[in-house]
Every structure is written in structure tokens, then in C-alpha cells.
Design a protein around this ligand. Sequence first.
Ligand code: TYM
Length: 330
Amino acid sequence: MKEIVLSGIRSTGHLHLGNYFGALRNFITMQAEHRCYFFIADLHSLTTHPKPDDFHGNVHRVLTEYLAAGLDPEMATIFVQSDIPEVAELYVLLNMIAYKGELERTASFKDKVRKQEDNVNAGLLTYPVLMAADILIHRPAKVPVGKDQEQHLEITRTLARRFNRLYDTDVFPEPTAFNFGSELVKIPGLDGAGKMGKSEGNGIFLADDEKTIHKKVMRAVTDSGPTAPNSEMPDPIKNIFTLLQVVSAPDVVAHFRAAYNNCTIRYGDLKKQLAEDICKVTLPIRARIQEIGADAGYLRKVTQRGAAQARESAQATLKEVRKAVGIREF
Ligand code: TYM
């Protein structure tokens, strides 16, 4: 059965391996089978990056990288969030049923309050509500995302349920966060702690060249090596193995695991292998980034077509939503 599938990525920074393995790769696999919507969350980027001179360039870059990674506008609807004004209207309506307390408890909000204490704007607080509007406006069954978005999806489900109950409707299905491996993935960074991110300076980008990838991987945090057979791995080493597991063949992973367990591992060899296998995934994408990014006519066609398709779906939902809320014409 064809399911509706939706996901998005913020237009801040280059796409990295976390974005690719957390969201994009699932999506690329699903686009041929399902009714897929994939978008660039450019309005969300204003909560942290309010610079008009950078705004369009950021969207251009993320769109180019999406397409280069394999999203196909012939199969999926690919669009830019700010091209769909219906999302802003649904955001207003959902804000009326979202409570300050529940939004303040969101991990991403608390994190941003710490990171940008001089700009704790209302958009940061209601970030999950805008995300819920992005999702619910197309009424998807599945939302392929990484582990870091789990809490936002839970808020989306809560708002869908609450809206249906308060307005006595069944307009919104409850979408589920989705990954093919069933567990949502968290791709770690190269600095030994935390997830790979755009801003943390710990990431490998799809646009990185071979030399940069090798340099970054060789610099990844490790330790002085295992001192006893079968010892527990410390986090930085676990992280390197997590990355190896997503990019390398199972026998390669098994080989290095065995070497760790019998204390013969050489981190230099491990990193060299990891860098080579990352390059196998990303370098073909990098080559397409350069080609697609230069084709302004193609990018215009993709976004115009995507916006028209997404607006059609959004308008159908909004019509039902307005009716449920009690908005009527004279
Ligand atoms: P963003 O732009 O931070 O990340 C986009 C996607 O990449 C995944 N991801 C990761 N997965 C695993 N490991 C990592 N280290 C890692 N880093 C990022 C994210 O889980 C996400 O799937 N709020 C969203 C954008 C958004 C959205 C939406 C997503 C706005 N509206 C509606 C889905 C549906 C965000 O900031 O993702």
C-alpha cells in the first residue's frame, strides 16, 4: 500500500553524514514506493540564523545537496517550506492548542536557551509546533528522522491527538518516526562526544573532498588503545565503530572488532579504512553537487513544481482543518 511519507532538513550549514544516514537515505529508498514529500525547513532556520544575505544561498545549497544525494523530483515532491503559506496558517491554529509548559520542557528548547541566551525568541519555543504543522499538513503515516527528532515527533503526535479531540474530528492521523533499522539512528560526531551536527564542527559533509575527509577522520578523538582483551569500549572508540558500521561492509567491521578485542588494533588502520569507506559514499554525491548547483533553471523547475504539488495537498488539509475549527464564509 502507498503510504504518505514526509521529512525535512533545516537550511543551516552543509548536509552531513548524520543527515544522510538519519533521514535522507531512508527517504531515497522509499521514494519509489510511496507518496513522498521532502522539504527544506528554511523558516525554522530563522530561529537561529536570521541573516537575509545568507537566507537564499542556504536554501540553494541544501536543495542542491538533496538532489545530489539522490532525491528524485520525478518520484518525490521536493519543496521549500516558505513556498507553502498554508503551513504558516496551520502553525497559528496549532499554537492555540500547544501549552507553554510542554514546549518549555523540550530538550531542543532548553539547549538553545543555553546556547543563545540573548535571543530566546518565541520561534524557538514554538519550533516543535511549526514542525508539527509541516508534518500534519500532509497527513503522513511515516516521518523518517534521526533519534534527535524523536521528541519533536512525540509533540506532533500529541498535537494531532489533541486537535482531533478538541474539535471532534479525525482530520489528523498520528504519524510515527521511522527508520528502516527500526531503531532511530544517532550518528556520532568525530570529537568523541555527542551527535554529528552542522554547527558543532565535528561533522563530515557530503560536500567535503577526499583530502578533507581523510584529515577529519585521522584527527578523530581516540585513546591509547585497549589494555585488556574484550574490554569495554570508551565512547570515542564506540563512536568510530558506529560510523564504521554504517559505511563499511560487515566483514570489515568484524575484522576491526576482533582486533580491538584481542588488543592488536591499530587506530591508524581503522581510521584509514573508515575514511576510505566514507569517501565511497560521499564522493559520488560531491561530484553531483557541483553539477546540479550550477543549473539554476533545473532548480527553479524543481521548486516550482514541488511547491505546486505541496500546496495542493496542504490546501486540502487546511480546508478540513478550518471547517473543524469553525471558520466559515459569509
Ligand atoms: P535537522 O536539519 O537538524 O536534521 C535533518 C535530519 O537529519 C537527522 N540528523 C541526524 N540523524 C542521526 N544522527 C545525527 N547526528 C543527525 N543529525 C541530524 C535529523 O534527525 C533529521 O531527520 N527540526 C528538523 C527539521 C524539520 C523537520 C520537519 C523534520 C522541520 N520540520 C518536519 C521532519 C519533519 C531539524 O532541525 O532537522
